[in-house]
Design a protein around this ligand. Structure first.
Ligand code: NAG
Ligand code: NAG
Ligand code: NAG
Ligand code: NAG
Length: 691
């Protein structure tokens, strides 16, 4: 009961006091009564008789057009003002919110028609800590000096406006600690001008958020006279110029966000102090800057984490002095070198982008040179001889030209990879992005896919041609002519070009791995592409095997060939099939498994396979299909004789071929000549016979 009486008395007293305007005595009790809410479509202007005791003024959903200057002068107790959702409000006039001694926060939001904020609109506000101006998409103009002399300002938010000039902040002269300037989603702002933040705050600014504006340039001296700890520039998609002189004086910047910008570099003057960088989807930042204290990085490319890891690798972290908290201040250089760890870096290097060179070991590095030089020299020689010879172009020679050309392309690819590997040795991660996203990798990838497909195709065509010649040896009407071969090889070229072009057109891609093979199987379409290429190669291999088997069975027939030639031919066929198999099988097996996402080996191990086995055919084909055949040697010496060398050897070949009357590459007529031709066709590897 007693309690009840006390409460009642208090209420009555409070009401009495309110009536007499003595609200100063018990402000908390009567706060509700000092709110002034101007709301609704009836309100067309700010009345002049608002109670002097008002502490909270809200102007919401009214038809007010202008917020005139000086209208609030009398309201000395005003602490908080909200101007919300006034769809007719166009102008906040000069001096609209000036000289209000107690005003601490000010919200201007969702006034869609707001166009202009006048001079000194927010000026001489000694207690103001917070200003928000948001969602005014027609606000084009804030007069210079609109913000003036706001010494306690701690938070200034300007977002979703139509401003096209950076507002002038030079006269704010705040001295608050922990200042946050939040300026985002103003899509017409294209530049952070020089001295943009000078005069904003005399303390170190905690955070400057400039995210998702239309900023394209950060002018030189933009941050002149500004100390800040965090700077957010993320989402300014057209931001490409960040002046190297944007900062003046020693940097205190600790966090920098440049995600989703078009920046290609970061000004060097801030790198020393940064602890954290956020640069997601910053695809232009390919050369990674050298930070010294960075401990936390969110990046775009995995290889940049390699750069960081290597940079920190040599540091003897965990020095006993690091435990002393004073070390950082007293000896920053020591601290920097010994006490900073890389605590997190993403995206982490993965199977496709390991922190390693293109060729992971000295053995591979030497091997790739040997193989590529062999492939280049061998195939160049074959091409020269085949093209220089004066004899009539036959179908086999025509096909050999294509094979040599395809294998030459493979040699070019290997040389390119070997050269890039040499020039980036020991620090490939610094060049990874440039190489893998650049034109070079695409060209190299094009060459290798084109070369391997054309090579496999031609090899199959050669085998089929042999099989056809031998099994239809006695039927002239079935003879293959050059125009058939032309037709087949045109198809082969088109197919190889198509297969090699697809990854450059976005089906899979060459840039996924350092060796520029189409290993990107991120989508079903990419998987289908890669797997079907590999399956075609496997199919071609089986086709070759079947042909040789059929040839073998044909010539083993005792009626057509004596037994001694039999084993020799069998051996040679075995050699051909074996090299083909060696080239095909491991690559196809592991590649198909990887493409189906059951990888048995890592990319690092795959490189061994690729250098050892993948180019075997390109390297061996000149020997298997050209140098070791009698016809080729004849052509070679005849050509050499034209330059005046080996004339006697050439003479031997000349008489031999005239006595034989039957160039070995053409179809034989009698069974005796047929055997002779067969043995030739199946490569007279046997050196004794000719040398
Ligand atoms: C202010 O004046 C208007 C008329 O101009 C009146 O309707 C309103 O009640 C007055 N408000 C106060 C708080 O005196
Ligand atoms: C940089 O700011 C200082 C004062 O903080 C001023 O004197 C100087 O002129 C400014 N530099 C430029 C290029 O505006
Ligand atoms: C790491 O130390 C080795 C020698 O100890 C030196 O050759 C190498 O350049 C250093 N690496 C870095 C990134 O400092
Ligand atoms: C750095 O990492 C090492 C171990 O990796 C740890 O012992 C040390 O305390 C870390 N230092 C700092 C400053 O985090």
């Amino acid at each position: 009961m007693k309690m009840h009486w006390v409460l009642l008395t208090l209420t009555v007293v409070a009401e009495l006091l309110q009536v007499r305007g003595l609200d100063l005595v018990f402000p908390s009790v009567i706060r509700r009564e000092s709110d002034c809410r101007l709301q609704g479509p009836d309100v067309e202007q700010i009345p002049t008789n608002i109670s002097i005791s008002t502490t909270y003024l809200e102007v919401k959903q009214t038809q007010v057009r202008v917020l005139p200057g000086g209208v609030l002068f009398r309201l000395e107790r005003l602490q908080k003002v909200s101007i919300l959702q006034n769809e007719m409000l166009e102008i906040i006039d000069a001096y609209a919110f000036s000289s209000l001694p107690r005003l601490s926060s000010l919200f201007v939001s969702e006034n869609v028609a707001l166009k202009k904020i006048g001079e000194f609109a927010f000026s001489d506000l000694p207690e103001l800590t917070e200003i928000s101006i948001t969602k005014a998409k027609h606000l084009r103009h804030i007069e210079r000096g609109a913000f003036r002399n706001i010494p306690k300002l701690r938070y200034l938010l300007i977002s979703n406006t139509g401003l096209n000039l950076f507002p002038s902040l030079a006269q704010i002269h705040s001295s608050a600690a922990e200042f946050i300037f939040d300026f985002h989603d103003n899509s017409y702002i294209t530049e952070v001008p020089p001295n943009a933040f000078r005069g904003l705050c005399s303390q170190t600014i905690t955070e400057i958020r400039l995210s998702r504006n239309g900023i394209e340039r950060v002018a030189s001296d933009a941050f002149n006279g500004t100390r800040m700890r965090r700077l957010f520039l993320g989402g300014n998609e057209r931001l490409s110029q960040f002046s190297a002189d944007a900062f003046a004086g020693p940097s205190e910047l600790v966090v920098l966000d440049i995600s989703s910008t078009a920046l290609r570099s970061v000004p060097g003057s801030i790198l020393g102090s940064l602890r954290r960088i956020i640069a997601r989807s910053t695809f232009g930042l390919k050369q990674f800057p050298l930070f010294t204290r960075l401990s936390d990085a969110e990046l775009t490319y995995p290889s940049h984490c390699c750069t960081l890891q290597y940079m920190y690798h040599n540091r003897s972290t965990g020095h006993w002095l690091c435990a002393d908290p004073k070390v950082e201040q007293s000896d920053p250089h020591f601290f920097r070198d010994h006490c900073v760890n890389l605590s997190s870096c993403s995206p982490a290097p993965d199977a496709f982008n390991p922190c390693e060179d293109i060729m992971t070991s000295g053995f591979l590095r030497a091997l790739i040179w040997v193989i590529s030089v062999l492939a280049l020299l061998g195939n160049t020689a074959v091409l020269l001889v085949l093209l220089a010879t004066r004899a009539k172009l036959t179908v086999p020679r025509f096909l050999m030209c294509h094979l040599a050309f395809a294998d030459l392309c493979m040699g070019v690819y290997l040389v390119v990879i070997a050269t890039v590997d040499m020039s980036t040795r020991g620090q490939y991660y610094n060049y990874a992005i440039d190489w893998q996203t650049g034109l070079g990798c695409r060209v190299a990838g094009f060459f290798t896919v084109f070369a391997s497909e054309l090579s496999v195709f031609t090899l199959t065509a050669i085998t089929l041609e042999r099989w056809h010649t031998i099994t239809h040896a006695l039927r002239l009407d079935r003879k293959l002519r050059l125009r058939h071969a032309c037709f087949v090889m045109t198809a082969g070229w088109l197919f190889a070009l198509f297969a090699a072009l697809l990854p450059t057109l976005g089906v899979s891609s060459y840039g996924k791995v350092s060796i520029c093979l189409p290993m990107d199987v991120d989508s079903l379409l990419f998987q289908i592409f890669v797997v079907s290429l590999l399956l075609l190669n496997v199919l071609a291999f089986f086709c070759v095997c079947a042909c040789y088997l059929s040839i073998y069975l044909t010539i083993r027939n005792p009626s057509s060939a004596p037994a001694h030639a039999d084993t020799r031919v069998a051996k040679r066929m075995a050699l051909l099939i074996f090299t083909d198999f060696l080239c095909m099988a491991p690559i196809s097996f592991f590649a198909i498994s990887a493409a189906l996402k059951w990888p048995f080996i890592t990319v690092t191990q795959a490189k061994f396979l690729l250098v050892l086995f993948y180019p075997i055919n390109s390297c061996c084909n000149p020997f298997l299909y050209a140098f070791c055949t009698r016809t080729f040697r004849r052509d070679f010496f005849l050509m050499a004789a034209r330059f005046g060398v080996c004339t006697t050897r050439a003479q031997i070949y000349r008489t031999e071929s005239s006595s034989c009357q039957q160039p070995a590459w053409t179809s034989p007529k009698s069974s005796h000549v047929m055997l002779y031709s067969l043995v030739n066709t199946l490569h007279s590897i046997d050196g004794k016979q000719d040398f």
